[in-house]
Design a protein around this ligand. Structure first.
Ligand SMILES: [Zn+2]
Length: 107
């Protein structure tokens, strides 16, 4: 009698990521690595550091930004609601990253 063959395949269902809603912007930016600008362009973040009450980060297209670290910033809110018009062409945010982001639930 042949032994049953077990296949250890990852389940096909879409993997959902969950993210706690009320976290510092720093934590969110560090994990998501995306930053929606005020005009709705979604940039990829190259590096991010926390400097006192400010978050300093550099986007892949070379913008250096400094924003206040808070749990209720515009950036946190926009990221949570996934408000953005288009990904930055210069940052070349990879499709897998956008997909990962779109399948992330903020709770
Ligand atoms: Zn950019």
């Amino acid at each position: 009698m042949a032994l049953p063959v077990f296949k250890f395949e990852a389940p096909k269902k879409e993997k959902k990521r969950y993210f706690r809603k009320h976290q510092d912007s720093y934590v969110v930016l560090q994990k998501i690595k995306l930053w929606p600008s005020r005009i709705g362009t979604l940039h990829g973040i190259k590096s991010v550091v926390l400097n006192g009450i400010f978050i300093e980060f550099t986007t892949h297209c070379g913008q250096k930004m400094r924003i206040r670290n808070s749990k209720t910033s515009r950036v946190s809110r926009w990221l949570r609601h996934k408000w953005y018009a288009q990904p930055c062409p210069a940052c070349k945010v990879p499709a897998w990253k956008l997909e990962k982001y779109s399948s992330t639930s903020f709770q």
